[in-house]
Design a protein. Structure first.
Length: 430
């Protein structure tokens, strides 16, 4: 196993220090550390060292749509984005609703070696919303599933949602809800408002998200389990979660990079690259989710990396699949929207993109402060450079980035997974 001495990095944006990585661990943090024989030195002057990022919401498409993404290509893109762990959503084909499928995804992640891949199990059989999946068997499997979600669809049946929360309570699992009231969003194409009327696209009203969040916060308060809200996107949703936390209720929430930066007016181009579920919202909503992330109402940033092949995006808006890729741009978008605006410090970024998601997902080897004895899951970033997003440069198999042509700050220079570089000089290490 390789050993590295990283010199002169700003540790989570604070003090400048050296980091010695050996045998998969951070063995020393300090100044003027000597490189033992055979240790490679990386000059990290001007770079920030953060704990490896953790994405609680990634779509890897394997099994079933390996033309859009595989576990290997998705986790490689994740590493390039600074992630050392990703949680793979269950809306694959077959659906990840059995121990067999989650173990397959978990094993493919291990074989790839670019990031730890933690499968999310489906809440209901086939994500059909009528019968609980074998949650216990997935939890007991080698993949040790703790997070369950029907993401892509909402668990809309209140009785089933209640049973799911009760069931996972036995082993401390969490239900991650895609909050979308289906009857209120039938045929919905974009945010509901004046613009959807002008464009002639069916609207997706904020209340369809907020009604489910409010319901589930109350259901979870009743059951006393763990509820996580996926990709919260409206001002009203932030207010509901803020009120719930003020009452001491146990709920966590995520926001995506695209909802922190982009607004619904992009839909006026009718370019389906901007079609996503939940949809891009208004400027007021963007301000509210930024504030919510800053004050801790929203716990984490999660990418909702949703790769789609060209034929599913290069078509008429209403026929296109919703979703955007985002693993490689997440940190830059967060720097732009949250750090450069002084809403978050780099220590906060480590909290929202590493410590907290690892905690919610219950993967203790990730999200640990950069201290001696911690696993060497580390990312080095250069906050001072800018780059223009070019879809063809993506390591994802898909190209559907909404940030094409945008110039964003920051670049991931190196990523280490248990001391092994997965990315060096901004490129996959193998
Ligand atoms: O835009 C989305 N795409 N939202 C989801 O919830 C699912 C995802 C996908 O799987 O493509
Ligand atoms: Zn979703």
């Amino acid at each position: 196993m390789s050993s590295y001495l990283i010199t002169g990095a700003r540790i989570v944006g604070g003090e400048v220090a050296d980091l010695l990585l050996d045998n998969g661990e951070i063995v020393a943090v300090g100044t003027n550390l000597e490189a033992p024989a055979g240790v490679e030195t990386i000059d990290a002057k001007g770079l920030i060292a953060l704990p490896g990022l953790v994405d609680l919401h990634t779509h890897l498409r394997e099994p079933g749509r390996e033309d859009a993404e595989t576990v290997l290509t998705g986790s490689r893109a994740a590493a390039v984005g600074g992630f050392t762990a990703v949680f793979a959503m269950a809306n694959t084909d077959p659906v990840a609703d059995t121990a067999g499928v989650v173990e397959q995804v978990w094993r493919l992640g291990r074989e790839g070696g670019y990031a730890d891949v933690f499968p999310i199990g489906a809440v209901t059989v086939g994500r059909q919303g009528s019968q609980l999946a074998e949650l216990g068997a997935m939890a007991d499997s080698a993949a040790r599933v703790r997070v369950f979600s029907d993401d892509g669809d909402c668990v809309w049946d209140a009785a089933l949602m209640r049973r799911a929360l009760e069931y996972v309570k036995a082993f401390g699992g969490v239900i991650a809800q895609h909050a979308q009231e289906p009857r209120l969003t039938q045929g919905a194409q974009m945010n509901e408002g004046a613009l959807s009327g002008v464009l002639g696209l069916t609207g997706w009203p904020s209340v369809a998200e907020e009604a489910i969040i409010a319901r589930d916060v109350l259901l979870n308060a009743h059951v006393g389990s763990k509820l996580h809200i996926c990709h919260l996107s409206t001002k009203g949703s932030v207010e509901i979660v803020r009120a719930a936390k003020a009452r001491g209720l146990d709920v966590t929430a995520e926001v995506t990079p695209h909802h922190l930066l982009l607004t619904e007016d992009l839909a006026a181009s009718y370019n389906p690259v901007y079609k996503v579920n939940p949809p891009l919202r208004t400027k007021e909503d963007v301000e509210a989710v930024r504030e919510g992330l800053a004050d801790g109402t929203i716990d984490i940033v999660a990418t909702d990396h949703a790769p789609h092949p060209v034929e599913d995006k290069d078509c008429e808006w209403s026929a296109a699949s919703p979703g955007m890729i985002g693993l490689e741009t997440a940190l830059s978008v967060v720097q732009h929207a949250m750090v450069d605006t002084k809403l978050l410090t780099w220590a906060d970024v480590a909290d929202r993109m590493s410590n907290r998601p690892a905690e919610i997902g219950q993967v203790g080897d990730h999200g640990r402060p950069l201290e001696a004895g911690a696993p060497a899951n580390v990312v080095l970033i250069d906050p001072a450079v800018e780059r223009t997003v070019v879809p063809a440069e993506s390591k994802s198999l898909s190209r559907n980035t909404p940030f094409e042509g945008m110039t964003l700050p920051g670049r991931v220079v190196a990523t280490f997974l248990r001391g092994t570089p997965t990315v060096l000089d901004g490129m996959p290490a193998r």
